[in-house]
Design a protein around this ligand. Structure first.
Ligand SMILES: Cc1cc2nc3c(=O)[nH]c(=O)nc-3n(C[C@H](O)[C@H](O)[C@H](O)COP(=O)(O)OP(=O)(O)OC[C@H]3O[C@@H](n4cnc5c(N)ncnc54)[C@H](O)[C@@H]3O)c2cc1C
Length: 460
């Protein structure tokens, strides 16, 4: 570290007393512990921001000292983009969620997690369109997309964004919505954390006192027939019914297949469809019940491991057919370890009704997001790395012939501008123009990859 950097960090510490931590501090350790074990260089300091003014001070310091900067929301980005080797802006102290008096929207701090949102909505019989893991940051989820079990009725998380308070690269604080900073608002809806630090976001919430949802678990020996039935039933499911699935290691380490049906229409009307799923095979367990949406998300958390070495891939399938069935079964039969899993998310209904150019998100047709995960307990082992990477490569390859171009931007690896260009499709040029306008020096480069010519400076 140069004297200049040291001086700048010391001055920042004086400006924000008690809010700057350095390696060895407890708060530094908490902020730099992510869902996936970090493997890159660690930050020189973490700024524990409480307000937009703190964010402005941190940006000012990073710019003056020429330090790389990154934003830590929920810490669930698999590629560790919350961290960099300069200054990390930790938003964990900005997690308040306030429901509007008319109960139609929520205002959340830039560091609010899905859990924070659902605690606020559940007790009022409301829901927000979120993903399925409590610890994920609401901003990180929303800026990149936001698939979830309510997607058919309420769209992606980003389709529900109403406004965002943002601190830009030049330190100015703006509000972006349909009327103010419209181009920024458009870019935030899918372009990830590439445009500024979101210090607060307002999004729609919806009346929905209960859903019917839970996990149905079948033995892996029945995977092929369960998957075939899954493929058959998918196209006929109504918008209020999503059916996610996963193949992962069960409690004894052997793979199992689970279905996650979610009915979010009128109570009771989805029961017959759920009963049909029970006939897919020999259900080993069922947790399907009528419950609050937040209870469902909380119940899924026990299947999530933290601090592992993680590699991830994803692809978009226009339809799920026999080839997809075979690819899934084959991949799990050859899993490198019990840390390998494959999950699907549906994209349908309300999410497909949003015009393609209305937000930066580049794919608006019905599709299935396939998420492939290879993880193993944290220890540095190049052989294990390679084994898991190899499994991921061949499992992903098996889907390649049937996949749509691109992949879910929130899951793309560092610097994958080629697939980012395909993923944003016809929205790519407009996104590049927004990047040039709002962050011409690419200060916010520790974020999901942007299309090719937007990579103004190398991402890593
Ligand atoms: C277990 C697990 C479950 C998941 N489930 C889903 C799911 O159901 N649906 C889905 O769509 N995705 C899901 N994801 C993916 C997740 O949405 C993305 O990884 C998301 O980026 C995580 O956000 P975060 O704030 O937790 O991450 P962080 O690692 O804290 O941040 C990642 C990046 O997001 C940006 N960012 C975060 N907060 C801000 C902010 N306030 N302002 C500006 N930029 C910001 C920054 O670029 C940052 O580098 C899941 C991931 C995991 C690990």
């Amino acid at each position: 570290m140069t004297d200049l950097t040291e001086k700048a960090l010391r001055r920042l510490g004086e400006r924000l007393p008690g809010r700057v931590s350095r390696p060895g501090h407890g708060r530094y350790r908490t902020a730099t512990a992510l869902w996936a074990k970090p493997t890159g260089a660690m930050p020189q300091a973490v700024v524990h921001c409480r307000t937009a003014v703190d964010v402005q001070a941190a940006i000012d310091t990073a710019r003056r000292a020429g330090l790389p900067l990154s934003v830590r929301g929920g810490g669930h980005d698999w590629a560790g983009r919350a961290l960099c080797d300069g200054l990390v802006l930790d938003l964990a102290d900005m997690r308040d969620v306030i429901i509007s008096p008319d109960r139609r929207s929520a205002l959340a701090g830039g560091g609010a997690r899905i859990a924070d949102v659902l605690v606020a909505t559940d007790r009022l019989g409301l829901v927000a369109a979120t993903g399925s893991c409590s610890g994920v940051g609401m901003a990180g989820l929303t800026l990149g997309g936001g698939y979830g079990t309510l997607i058919g009725r309420f769209g992606l998380a980003l389709d529900n964004l109403i406004a965002a308070d943002v601190v830009l690269a030049d330190g100015s604080a703006v509000t972006a919505d349909a009327l103010r900073e419209r181009e920024l608002f458009w870019a935030l809806c899918g372009g990830g954390g590439n445009f500024g630090v979101v210090t607060a976001l307002r999004f729609r919430v919806h009346e929905l006192p209960s859903i019917t949802s839970g996990m149905l678990i079948f033995p892996f020996a029945e995977a092929k027939s369960v998957l075939q039935r899954y493929a058959d039933i998918l196209p006929s499911l109504p918008a209020e019914f999503t059916l996610e699935l996963g193949l992962l290691a069960g409690p004894d380490g052997m793979p199992v297949i689970f279905l996650l049906p979610t009915w979010c229409g009128a109570p009771g009307k989805g029961d017959a469809l759920i009963a049909r799923l029970l006939e897919f095979g020999t259900a080993l367990d069922s947790t399907v019940a009528r419950r609050r949406y937040g209870e469902l998300v909380a119940s899924l958390d026990r299947h999530i491991s933290y601090g592992q070495r993680v590699f991830m891939e994803s692809c978009w399938l226009a339809e799920f057919n026999d080839a997809g069935v075979d690819a899934l079964v084959e991949a799990m039969a050859n899993a490198a370890s019990p840390g390998c899993a494959i999950l699907t998310h549906q994209f349908k209904g309300a999410a497909t009704e949003v015009p393609l150019g209305a937000t930066a998100f580049g794919l608006r047709r019905n599709h299935l997001l396939v998420e492939l995960l290879a993880s193993y307990p944290d220890r540095s082992d190049p052989t294990e790395d390679e084994r898991h990477r190899q499994w991921l490569r061949s499992a992903t390859q098996a889907f390649a012939a049937h996949a749509l171009p691109g992949a879910y931007p929130n899951f793309l690896p560092h610097g994958d501008v080629t697939r980012a260009t395909l993923a944003f499709g016809s929205n790519a040029d407009r996104l590049i123009a927004a990047k040039r306008k709002y962050d011409p020096d690419n200060l916010f480069r520790s974020a999901i990859p942007l299309p090719r010519s937007a990579a103004i400076k190398a991402a890593d």
